[in-house]
Design a protein around this ligand. Structure first.
Ligand SMILES: [Fe+2]
Ligand SMILES: [Fe+2]
Length: 427
């Protein structure tokens, strides 16, 4: 076989090579060229035989065409035709959700376009908004608006049990001299976390060159601090998976949180940042404060939800009016209380005002990811509108608006994989 482009020697039959659309790729075909993702990361090298799991990896990383031996050039894959009437119906459904963000901004325009294509391509319509029980006239049980945050800090709340591993992981992250073995020893204390991490690390999300069967090897490949941050985020969020569904659909809440974490990770990769897993965890935990409000202050949250619906404002604005503070500040109190890493605190607690963060770039990434996931309508933390995109946050990222289409597509695909891997952990 000749893939170098040199003329075949006498007697040698040149095997044809063709760029083939992914839909036509079958297991057993042999790669004529390396396959890389949008960031140039090697997914599978040339000469390798394609297996079914490779095809899944290519799909997840948005590879649309690959070069295989023995194939003739195939026509570029036509995007699936979507009924123009369906597109129009989706546009009409989405427009009111974007009322508070400027659609003339190039990044918002790209998010709107991606959202239309995403929802027109087979996504079920938005679920009906849950019924809100009528307001209680007395407001009994609610803290006075102005003192809400103070009252919250003073109120002795029995927070969900955070496993002691979280604190140990925290120490590993904080100590620059931590070794892969020390980190692995902490993880091994929880067999379920060990199994979950190995499943995630071996999944198409990481597409590592060889299977990983030991945590210490996963740490070496992904990085001590990064794998610790991933384990920490997963441990914190799993402590909340038994919340009753009185005011929030927990499944949709976790979908929103996971999608935001995944979008953060993808945006960080687009920016070539090394802290991809820390940003995944920051995205995963960004609305933690809202979870606490739903859990411990359901009457206050119901009041905020009613105000948001009645006045057509974003939920965080309604929280500001009803509680005198927003969920991100509550989240900050918790992360401080648990002594979680500063990057997590600065990135997740300033996601509605990233410019105020002591570390604005990670906060800007969580902000953009949250706006994107709300635009796509993947899950919900109770918000039904798209929060306004802060132009300064978008500029801080320094990414071209077109990259949002790729991030949107990959977020939806990675979420499927992540939900599959977490199916025993999710409610
Ligand atoms: Fe939020
Ligand atoms: Fe959010």
């Amino acid at each position: 076989m000749n893939v170098s482009g040199a003329a075949p020697r006498p007697g040698e039959i040149e095997e044809p090579m063709g760029i083939t659309a992914l839909a036509q790729i079958r297991p057993g075909m042999v790669l004529a060229e390396d396959v890389r993702d949008v960031n140039g990361r090697l997914l599978l090298s040339r000469g390798k035989t394609i297996a079914p799991e490779h095809i899944r990896v290519f799909k997840i990383w948005g590879v649309s065409r690959v070069a295989v031996l023995g194939a003739r050039e195939s026509a570029p894959a036509e995007p699936p035709a979507v009924d123009p009437q369906r597109i129009e119906a989706v546009r009409r459904e989405l427009e009111p959700r974007f009322r508070h963000t400027d659609r003339r901004h190039p990044a918002v325009a790209e998010m709107f376009h991606s959202a239309v294509l995403f929802r027109a391509g087979g996504e079920p319509p938005f679920p009906p908004e849950p019924e809100l029980s009528p307001a209680e006239a007395s407001g009994a049980g609610r803290l006075p608006r102005r003192e809400f945050l103070e009252g919250f800090m003073e109120k002795e709340i029995a927070l969900p049990e955070i496993s002691s591993i979280v604190f140990e992981l925290n120490e590993v992250i904080a100590n620059p001299l931590s070794t892969a073995d020390q980190m692995a020893q902490v993880i091994h204390k929880s067999p379920s976390l060990t199994a979950l991490l190995l499943k995630i690390v071996n999944s198409a999300l990481y597409s590592l060159p060889t299977p990983v069967d030991r945590v210490s090897l996963a740490v070496t490949l992904i990085g001590t601090r990064e794998l610790s941050a991933l384990a920490l985020g997963l441990s914190v969020i799993s402590a909340f998976n038994h919340i009753p569904r009185r005011v929030i659909d927990m499944r949709r809440f976790l979908e929103h949180s996971l999608a935001c974490g995944i979008a953060c990770r993808l945006l960080a990769a687009q920016k070539n940042l090394r802290q991809t897993e820390q940003l995944f965890s920051a995205g995963l935990l960004h609305d933690l404060g809202r979870l606490i409000l739903y859990l411990f202050f359901p009457d206050d949250m119901l009041a905020a939800l009613r105000t948001a619906r009645r006045e057509g404002i974003c939920l965080y604005e309604a929280e500001r009016r009803e509680l005198g503070c927003i969920h991100a500040w509550i989240g900050q109190v918790l992360l401080k209380k648990w002594h979680l890493p500063l990057l997590l605190e600065h990135a997740s607690c300033f996601h509605h005002e990233p410019e105020a963060s002591p570390d604005p770039l990670p906060a800007a990434i969580v902000h953009v990811a949250d706006v994107l996931v709300n635009a796509l309508g993947i899950g919900s933390s109770g918000e039904i509108l798209v929060p306004p995109l802060r132009p300064a946050a978008w500029e801080a990222l320094g990414l071209p608006p077109e990259c949002l289409a790729t991030v949107a597509l990959q977020t939806a695909r990675h979420l499927e994989t992540m939900e599959f891997l977490l199916r025993e952990t999710l409610p």
